[in-house]
Design a binder for this molecule. Sequence first.
Ligand code: SAH
Length: 258
Amino acid sequence: MNAEYGKVYLVGAGPGDPELLTRKAVKILRMAEVVLYDDLVSSKILKLCRKKTELIYVGKRLGQHSCQQIDLNQKIADAALQYKTVIRLKGGDPSIFGRVGEEVEFLLNLGIECEIVAGITTASGAVASLGFPLTHREYSKEILYVTGHGKNGKNSQSFKNLSCEGKTLVVYMGLNSLKEIVDDLVESGNPESLPVGIVENATLAHQRIVTGNLGNIRVVAEKSEVSSPALLIIGDIIDYYLKMDSLRALIHRPYTFS
Ligand code: SAH
């Protein structure tokens, strides 16, 4: 390792709720001299850093993110030249659709020591906070994590020839391609009645889920004005969620005299 450089921690910030940070992430956040953070990292999490920590926003709003990764890699390396403890803070788990591989490779090529710190991915955080699982022996025995956003902004090919039977399909970055995803899944032979849930702002105070099926989810999403960040969850597990949700509603119904 190159002694001129500090160490870079590539840390998962979880889906939003600061309570879902790992203890390791909190420990490192408190040590950090500089934090380079993404769009989906909540301000409550950044507040855990010391006052003197330099916070650098490197999210997509800075520009065309497809051509920006190389500049970002360089920014992290520059920070490591200046500081001993650098955090690259990413939403969810850095290992899931987080480009952590590209960053690690760039840093290691320069001889910079780096360590990945796992986070809770949005899918796990979202379903837990809504009270249902990703797998269930009677509803779903497999989970498929897919991105709706392919490289260079093209739609992902992952939905072609894909049967969702017995599976939970979780789509990250899928809201903008909802139409194409639904069309591909129907074309692949999935029934229009296949349940779909869209979880908006998972684990945050303003979390919301809207549900429908392949046949109507676009209309439902438009009517309910669903916006980013949002995660698509497709499969029979959404039926299970609805079943549990109605049981919960009974428990929470205020007591009335008959
Ligand atoms: N590494 C992240 C995913 C990065 S891709 C993880 O493990 O969760 C970014 C996508 O994640 C968003 O487009 C959205 O689909 C999803 N996402 C992230 N945070 C979210 C949140 N709080 N609520 C809903 N979806 C979220």
